[in-house]
Design a protein around this ligand. Structure first.
Ligand SMILES: Cc1ncc(COP(=O)(O)O)c(C=O)c1O
Length: 403
């Protein structure tokens, strides 16, 4: 028997972390109000109110509710004019939807490596990837940490490109004091079960540009035109509408989100302080312009050298055994089976072969370094952060046992 729980020792923690989602009686009341109304979908005032409030919350002029974050991305790409063969520059360190939605719009995802300190797209590498086919940059605010929007928007302006913000993980996040989403041309959010606002499923596009949001409305409404006739369809849209019951439950969450954001901010600050003192553990940094993260994930970098060379997988097993659920996160998007195919499978890629792509910073993050904690683990009290740090320290002190 060893000291580590992995080897039969006593775990640092047996107490569960806070349960997500945090339910409230207001959520039940709002769902009941929707249930009692005679519009459960199209034309529901709850959907219109949610669009307005979420747009305001994100310092945007307009919102278009969507059925999920993946569809919101597809709608946003279409609304920005992405079409067959158009290239969209994006990060390889993200959920599959950022890349697959480009493909679904018949576009070509072009992956650019990430910044090793923030895991967001590295703006210094974007210009080299621009060609005469580039149509847009899809910036992802990974983990809720805002990407460098000043640099991205400046490059986009110089080359006349659209900017789409994939803010699926970034509810309430701020770039230089402005909430993300409508800093570029259009931003998308997800309300899937694990997200910082959630309705089981759901999404939204936000924008300051009325033309863009009208086009989002069309693509999400079977190609109808806002204000047009019911049977009048101009573009190849789909039905991507949000059900009113989701809008109801999300409206109730505006009563909770500020307090949840403040708790995550507080605990993330404490955790960063505690982990920063441990050799071989490096919390990701926020860009200097990122004035607030949504802390959808709390990511730190694991340096195997400081743990006697033990691979990250062993460290993660040891953390889980100590009662701290952590994960290793993504693989580089281009290594997903979806992209590991003969280019002939997607004729509009014109021979682009993702099997030949290698982006070293992203690969190091995915293969060796990144360790994820999840937003709900930041919703308890400070003692939870001490438990997380205590587990890391215990594993470090007994690193010999990881062999
Ligand atoms: C970065 C990112 N983009 C897009 C999505 C897609 O959102 P959804 O699951 O609502 O389709 C997610 C959510 O999982 C995400 O994390």
């Amino acid at each position: 028997m060893g000291n580590l729980a992995l080897n039969g020792g006593t775990p640092v923690r047996v107490k569960p972390f806070p349960v997500w989602p945090e339910r409230s009686s207001r959520q039940i009341e709002m769902m009941k109000e929707v249930y009692d109304s005679d519009k459960w979908g199209v034309g529901s005032p709850f959907i219109a109110e949610f669009e307005k409030r979420f747009a305001e919350f994100h310092h945007a002029k307009y919102g278009q509710a969507i059925m999920n974050g993946t569809a919101a991305l597809w709608v946003a790409f279409k609304a920005c004019g992405v079409s067959t063969g158009d290239e969209v520059i994006t990060s390889p360190y993200t959920f599959i939807a950022t890349g697959s939605a480009v493909l679904m719009a018949n576009g070509v995802p072009v992956f650019v490596d990430i910044d090793p300190d923030t895991y967001n797209i590295d703006p210094a590498k974007i210009e080299a990837a621009i060609t005469d086919k580039t149509k847009a940059i899809a910036a992802v605010h990974i983990a809720g940490s805002p990407a460098d929007m000043d640099a991205i928007c400046a490059i986009a302006k110089k080359h006349d490109l659209a900017v789409i913000e994939d803010a699926a993980q970034a509810h309430g996040a701020e770039w230089k004091g402005r909430r993300v989403g409508a800093i570029g041309d259009v931003g998308t959010f997800s309300f899937q079960s694990t997200k910082n606002m959630c309705a089981g499923e759901g999404g939204i596009c936000v924008s300051d540009d009325e033309g863009v949001i009208d086009r989002c409305h069309s693509y999400a409404n079977c190609g109808r035109i806002r204000g047009g006739k019911w049977y009048e369809h101009r573009v190849l849209g789909s039905n991507c509408r949000m059900p009113a019951i989701c809008a109801g439950i999300l409206l109730a969450q505006f009563d909770q989100i500020e307090d949840q954001m403040a708790r995550r901010d507080r605990n993330a600050r404490v955790l960063t302080e505690l982990l920063s003192g441990i050799d071989g553990i490096e919390p990701l940094e926020l860009h200097a312009g990122a004035t607030r993260s949504a802390w959808h994930l709390y990511i730190f970098r694991y340096k195997a050298e400081a743990f006697g060379g033990a691979p990250r997988a062993k460290f993660i097993d040891a953390m889980c055994a100590e009662g701290i659920n952590v994960g290793s996160g993504y693989v580089p998007l281009y290594r997903e089976e979806l992209f590991q195919v003969d280019p002939e499978d997607y004729p509009w890629l014109e021979g682009r072969d993702y099997r030949a792509l290698s982006l070293p910073v992203c690969e190091n993050a995915c293969d060796n370094e990144s360790v994820w904690l999840f937003q709900s683990q930041l919703l308890g009290d400070e003692s939870d952060m001490h438990d997380i740090a205590a587990a890391v320290r215990k594993i470090k002190d007994s690193a010999g046992e990881l062999k």
